[in-house]
Structures are given as structure tokens and as C-alpha cells.
Design a protein around this ligand. Sequence first.
Ligand code: PLP
Length: 373
Amino acid sequence: MKKVYLDNAATTAIHPEVISAMMDVLQNDYGNPSSTHSFGRSAKTLLESARKTIAKLLNAQASEIIFTSSATEATNWVLRSAVKDLGIKRIITSKIEHHATLHTVEYLAKEFGIQVEYIAVLPTGNIDYQDLAAKLLVDEFTLVSLMHVNNEIGTILDIKRVSDLCKYAKALFHCDTVQSIGKTSLDVQDLGIDFLVASAHKFHGPKGIGFVYIKKNSMLQPLFYGGEQEKGMRAGTEAVHQVVGMAKALELACANLENDTNYISELKNYCFSQLKKVFSEVKINGENTFYNLLNIQLPLSEEKTSMLLFTLDMKGIAVSRGSACQSGSIKPSHVLAEFLSAEETNKPSLRISFSHFNTKEDIDLLIEALKTV
Ligand code: PLP
């Protein structure tokens, strides 16, 4: 049975060149980057060269990139330190953010008594920019936390528009670019972001490694304490092989951006047109969504709904019904619940997310499997 992986928003297959770069480090460069002997210096050189590669791809300075274990850690760090050390009194976010943001904000509100405001979400699955502008009129030291591409429905934030509003209101802007980095070009200078978080496993890199871009002179303080790694900003011996793998993955993704974008966009269009042939009433959740993600509502009865993911899984097909963290749970997605009617959230929704490793054959297999549900 051919297995079909169409859950690339949850995680991606590691690129073979990334594996080979990582293996090379594991075998040959096991030194601790903090050691001063040649083994350590060699590891340190790899680390700094990876940092420069990532910084260049984002038009950032190398000193503005700090490695973390994940985007979740990076988001926790930025939001916590913004409140604790920078004096942020209010966070504006939306209810369709990833739980890495939502749950962190909830805890910060409990712990520090900060005010939290949620921007209205339009029926298109996009945030209401006018509501954001209105909320920013209040004179309170504020941080805005919004994701670039939504991991469940693929709606796209106009980063520049948000950063302009933030600049005008003297608010800080934290942007979760986990789903977009390596899939579209991002220039932090141009976009005016203060903090950006990313995770390697979403762009064909390894799991357990991510980074945060922290705009120069942001005065952020460490999340935890220990050694002097990452200039004291993130203690703990650096996972050099992971970092090298992440930089290699981002480099490859950016080098092939145009081809991959065209190829994946075509797969998405093909998928929807084939779905339409079988389910004439199929509907896309969200409008103007990102090219690698299709969240659809299927016109299936309740009995069939419960069998849907199970049937696909039995046939070796991996898709998701909501965000990765919710796969297998029966709770309605917090994102869909925010902008769909109760009747619509009761219908089965599937998140199909593509990568350049997918083919039209994968989509044909998905459609054949769906016909049997
Ligand atoms: N933000 C978004 C939009 C995501 O999709 C994810 C992963 O599912 C995360 C944050 C968390 O990333 P990590 O797995 O690196 O903690």
C-alpha cells in the first residue's frame, strides 16, 4: 500500500540534503561550541555560519537570531519577557492563533494581571483590521501577537498593515511565522516586525529546533538561566546538528521558493477541482488562503463523519481534521468554531496540506479513498 502524507502543516519530511548535513555534524563535529579547543571552535563556526545563513535569508543581523528548541519556546519567551521585563500591560491577539500563543497569553493574564483583547475574526477567517486599529487607539503599552499564516485554515495576515498600525500606536509586534517561513520570502526590515518565531520541522528541517528573531535593542531578557550560550540569552548547550539542519532546510526552501510555490499551488488547485467532481457541495473554510493548505468542509452525514479520518488512515492517507495538536480529538477546532456557524462546525472538515514531495497521484489516492467513505 502506498502511503500518502498530506499533513504538511503538522510537520514535514526532512529533506535528504538536510539529513546528510546533520549526519556530517553528528559524525564529525561533536564538539561543544563553548569549548575553546579545536573541536569546540569547529562546532562554534558551524553554529555561527548557520546563524548568518538564517539572518541573511530574513534580511536580519546575525545577532538578532537566537536558537530555541521550538517555536513554542520562542513564543513563551517573547511574550513572557515582554510582560515581565519590558512592562507590556496589554496583549492584543486573536482567538484563531495557535495554542502556543493563546495558552501563553492566558497564563500571563493570570500571573501578571495584564489585559488581553481579542480582535474580531471575519466570516472569511481573516482578522478584522479595523477592530485592531480601534483597539490600538487605547493608550496602554501593548504587544500585538498575530500569526502570519493560520495553521488550520491558511488565511494570511497582512504583516505590513499590522506593523504600520503597531508603529503608529507604539505597540510591539510578535509574529508567528511558523507556517510561512521558507514558503514565502520574509524581510524583517521591510515588514517591521519586532519578534518573529519559526520552527524547522515545518520547512523540511528537524524537529526540536526553532529560532526567534529579536529586533536589535529590544531589551528582551532570558526565559531561563544557566550558561552563557547565545550571549546569555538562551542557556543550554546548543544542538549544533539541529541548527545546521535548520539552516540548510531554510536555505533549500528559499532557493527553490518560486518553483515550489508554483508546483504546490497547482497541486492545491488540482485537489480542489478533483474534490468538486466527487462532492459538488464541498466548501473551502477561509478565504484567500495560503497555497499549501486546503481546509474543506465535506457534505457528509454524521455517521460517515465519525469514520472519515479512520477510513483514510486505514488506507494509509494522512490528513488532519484541525491543528496537529488536536488530531484524534473530537473537540471542534477552536479556529473553525470562531468563524463558522454551529451547523458548519458539525460537518466534517479536513485539513489537507501539501509539500513539494507530493504528487498528483497522492491526490488521486486521497480522492479514491474519500469516495469509499
Ligand atoms: N505556531 C504554529 C502556527 C504552528 O503551526 C505550530 C506547530 O504546530 C507552532 C506554533 C508550534 O511550533 P513548535 O512545534 O516548534 O513548537
